[in-house]
Design a protein. Structure first.
Length: 480
């Protein structure tokens, strides 16, 4: 019964969030007027909520980046639930909702939870995820019991302590802002001061220990900062959702860049954007709670990055794969045409569709589609009413490059890896399309500009497709 009352109070608090921010004017004014009121920051509740959400976004974004690269995303969820007993204990200490008393109690509970996880891992065979799950559930259960005790006190219903379960940004006051500001400044300052140590221990803890970096101290210091950030964020988004603000902006930044210092900046910016955007949607949305809308904004940002990030997004990767597949198909057609010409000793410059189809083992219709694709890209010209085609200068050069890459790789595998010549063709079929010029030059030098591949076929030169590599060796050496 006590748990039901606690949850009901939390839901009621959430439903009242926007009402507290918008007041009676929000019920009468239109959406546009609400938006203008929000942007102008005329309402003190809006100013406090926005300022608190920005500070929350910065601190959680910075720390979340380290949690994501350390593969400790679940730690944020565990800490957010583990601090609940400390929140209740801080309130019971002086029977008032004193932010600093609650902060001390919550941080103590969070660090106790972290040490409990470490103790379980050291003394049992359980993996980290099992230890985190047990600590999360156990500490949260203790917190719920203490919250139920608070609800039974004479002043329990007026304490406002239940807002820490689900968050209520409209209830952020001056003392809460001071606490959030102090945590954000401390987080940013300590990360800047110990950036090298945190960076090294995050990506290679074994190397950090061998190099003399205090890896255990860096880990415990980071967990302490995470506890600070979690406690300061409880008023805005609550115990249930604070883990999302630690993980989601950082995970989004992880998809946007491959540089960690840029990831830190992106994570902080995305956290701030989610905070301000969530407050805006909550303010003009009528009865939407602020904490969940902040998390939804962060999730929307992740969804956009997941789909459209230039390097790791699903859509750009699919487009790149499609382009690479089409390019490989064109290059296979060029290679087949080269083989036809090579079989004649390069007498005659045209290739018939039937010859291409036989070499590719495909129908005449498919061969025509390949030739049309080559023509569209300026690699071939169609002649004889479409019955034959001729490779352009660019097409002949690219065909020679692909054949050269294929035969060089076969020769490299037989020499360096000692693979039988009849087992290297399939691997060369894949690698011939992706070898860069730098790698090709290294292969040429390592193989001493060999003239033939393991099967005795000449390795062509893209500059002179009809000649083997040995024919251009002197000119190569002349430039070196």
């Amino acid at each position: 019964m006590g748990l039901a009352l606690t949850l009901a109070a939390g839901v009621a608090c959430d439903a009242a969030t926007v009402g507290g921010m918008g007041g009676e004017g929000g019920e009468l004014a239109g959406r546009w007027e609400q938006a203008v009121r929000f942007v102008s920051l005329r309402d003190p509740a809006v100013r406090y909520a926005v300022a608190g959400s920005v500070l929350l976004g910065i601190s959680c974004g910075l720390l979340g980046a380290f949690l994501v690269v350390r593969k400790l995303a679940l730690v944020g969820d565990t800490l957010s639930h583990a601090v609940l007993p400390g929140v209740a204990a801080g309130f019971l200490w002086n029977q008032t909702k004193d932010p600093w008393a609650i902060f001390v109690g919550a941080v103590g509970a969070g660090m106790l939870g972290t040490m409990t996880v470490g103790w379980i891992r050291r003394t049992t065979r359980l993996k980290e995820d099992a230890a985190l799950g047990m600590v999360l559930a156990g500490f949260y259960a203790v917190g719920i019991c203490l919250m139920t005790m608070i609800q039974r006190l004479p002043t329990g219903n007026k304490s406002g302590i239940d807002t820490f379960l689900f968050g209520q940004a409209a209830a952020i006051g001056t003392e809460d802002l001071w606490l959030m500001g102090a945590v954000t400044v401390a987080t940013g300052g300590l990360i800047a001061l110990f950036y090298k140590e945190l960076l090294v221990t995050s990506f290679d803890a074994a190397f950090a220990r061998s190099a003399g970096f205090p890896a255990p101290w860096a880990h415990h210091g980071l967990m302490l900062l995470v506890s600070f950030a979690v406690v300061s964020a409880l008023q805005a988004v609550g115990v249930v959702l604070v883990a999302a603000m630690l993980v989601t902006p950082a995970a989004t930044a992880y998809l946007l860049t491959d540089r960690f210092h840029r990831m830190l900046g992106w994570s902080a910016l995305l956290g701030m954007g989610a905070g301000v955007g969530g407050c805006f949607v909550s303010f003009i949305g009528g009865d939407l709670p602020t904490g969940p809308t902040i998390v939804l904004m962060a999730s929307a940002g992740f969804g956009g990055a997941f789909l459209f990030a230039s390097r790791h997004g699903v859509v750009p990767r699919a487009l790149r794969h499609r382009a690479a597949t089409r390019r490989a198909t064109r290059e296979n057609a060029l290679k087949a045409a080269y083989h036809v010409l090579e079989g004649r000793g390069f007498r005659g410059e045209t290739v018939t569709l039937r010859e291409l189809a036989e070499k590719r083992r495909e129908t005449l219709e498919d061969a025509m589609a390949r030739v049309r694709s080559l023509a569209r890209h300026g690699l071939a010209t169609v002649e004889g009413g479409g019955e034959r085609f001729r490779l352009t200068e660019a097409g002949m050069q690219r065909a020679a490059e692909v054949v050269r890459n294929h035969r060089l790789w076969e020769l490299y595998l037989t020499h360096a890896a000692q693979i039988a010549p009849d087992h290297v063709h399939e691997d060369a079929e894949e690698i011939e399309h992706v070898l860069g010029e730098d790698v090709v030059r290294q292969l040429e030098r390592r193989l001493d500009y060999a003239a033939t591949d393991p099967h005795g076929r000449r390795i062509p030169s893209p500059e002179e497709p009809g000649l083997p590599m040995r024919g251009v060796r002197r000119s190569k050496e002349g430039h070196e």
